[in-house]
Design a protein around this ligand. Structure first.
Ligand code: GDP
Length: 354
């Protein structure tokens, strides 16, 4: 397994109708990968969770599939929902490199499912569909954390039949909405066919398959988009503007390109003229093992994309969630201010339309 230099972690967003299981899926991905103290444990970021490649390969086997190129892992944005996705942008595109559309297999498509698909199509974001809650199919015999096929083969013929019927209703709905799709293991050409993965966010069935397919998509579609200049100026998108005791106004952001250092001059999008300020502190969550430390964040002096961090800096009041943060130097400051101003206008147009 070779992790190529300068390939950053793809950013993944989970979308879908309310109650179809976005939060549960993120919890399952987080929980199932936490092996405290061992290599391959997930890293908690601010507003995001990173699942390292070693954890995924461990769970899925078949590293041969992945030796063409290798991303360091997958960074899941923790704020589920289409709102986050539509307003979170990077350079005029979507912030997320990949997406997971979740649909309750027992309920089928709902308005927000279709809306999610339309947004993804508009941004040309590669995605997979997960047909969730398979464990609720009558007579289902749960196989905790198993790959989908392992679990499927353990079900009675009748239960397999029920799953197939519901599954092909999802495929039919996708077709009605203009997407050709099939069960992911039958898809050869992910460019023209959407892979659909039956999962349960509660039992973990199908989760290894989902992680594997996401890596496959990253390899097929994203290699050229995931290169970053490891020493280039940091660029990020604000997830949230938050007051923190002792820190004042802080920004939770996803840095999707370049490097951000303590003391850097940054330009931050807001409704008026962009804010120009200096990074006072870059904060990451403490690891679970450090839970007794009073301070819930730890300071770092430098971070490299893709990463979710909190920053504190003077004059952040008025910063816009969904807006951008860009590192500037004395030479680039004017151009960067102009760029951030334009990006804020884009975010506002999007928000007004939604
Ligand atoms: P969200 O609104 O899309 O974030 O949906 P949630 O993750 O909050 O899930 C809504 C409800 O469905 C919760 O009660 C979950 O426990 C339940 N749920 C989600 N996924 C599954 C699943 O795979 N199986 C079962 N049995 N319940 C699920």
């Amino acid at each position: 397994m070779v992790v190529k230099d300068n390939l950053r972690t793809p950013i993944v967003c989970v979308m879908g109708h309310v109650d179809h299981g976005k939060t549960s899926l993120l919890d399952m991905i987080r929980g199932s990968s936490v092996v405290s103290g061992e290599a391959g444990a997930i890293t908690q970021h601010i507003g995001a969770t990173e699942v390292p490649i070693s954890a995924i390969v461990d769970k899925c086997g078949n590293p041969g599939l992945l030796d063409k190129f290798m991303v360091p892992g997958l960074l899941f944005i923790d704020t589920p929902g289409h709102h986050a996705f539509t307003t979170l942008r990077s350079r005029g595109g979507a912030l997320a490199d990949l997406a997971v559309v979740i649909v309750d297999i027992n309920e089928g498509f709902k308005p927000q499912t279709i809306e999610s698909l339309n947004i993804l199509q508009q941004h040309k974001t590669p995605f997979v569909v997960v047909a969730n809650k398979i464990d609720k199919i009558h007579g289902w015999n749960p196989q905790k954390g198993a790959p989908f096929m392992t679990s499927y083969n353990k079900q009675s013929e009748h239960v397999r039949g029920s799953l197939d019927t519901k599954f092909y209703e999802v495929v039919g709905e996708l077709y009605k909405n203009g997407f050709s799709s099939d069960r992911y293991d039958r898809v050869n050409d992910f460019q023209h066919n959407i892979g659909v993965i039956p999962i349960s966010a509660i039992t973990g069935e199908g989760i290894p398959d989902l992680l594997m397919v996401l890596l496959g998509l990253a390899q097929r579609f994203l290699e050229s988009n995931l290169h970053y200049n490891a020493e280039g100026p940091g660029v990020g998108t604000v997830l949230e503007v938050k007051e923190e005791r002792g820190l004042g106004t802080t920004l939770d952001l996803i840095l999707y390109d370049g490097v951000l250092k303590k003391g850097d001059t940054i330009v931050v999008g807001c409704l008026g003229e962009p804010i120009q300020t200096k990074v006072r502190a870059i904060l990451k969550p403490r690891a679970l093992s450090e839970i007794n430390v009073e301070d819930k964040f730890k300071q770092v002096s430098k971070v490299t994309a893709a990463v979710g961090v909190k920053i504190s800096a003077p004059h952040l009041d008025g910063a816009l969630s969904g807006g951008s943060v860009r590192v500037a130097t004395a030479e680039t400051l004017d151009a960067v201010v102009e760029e951030v101003r334009n990006e804020v206008e884009d975010v506002q147009i999007d928000t007004d339309q939604s």
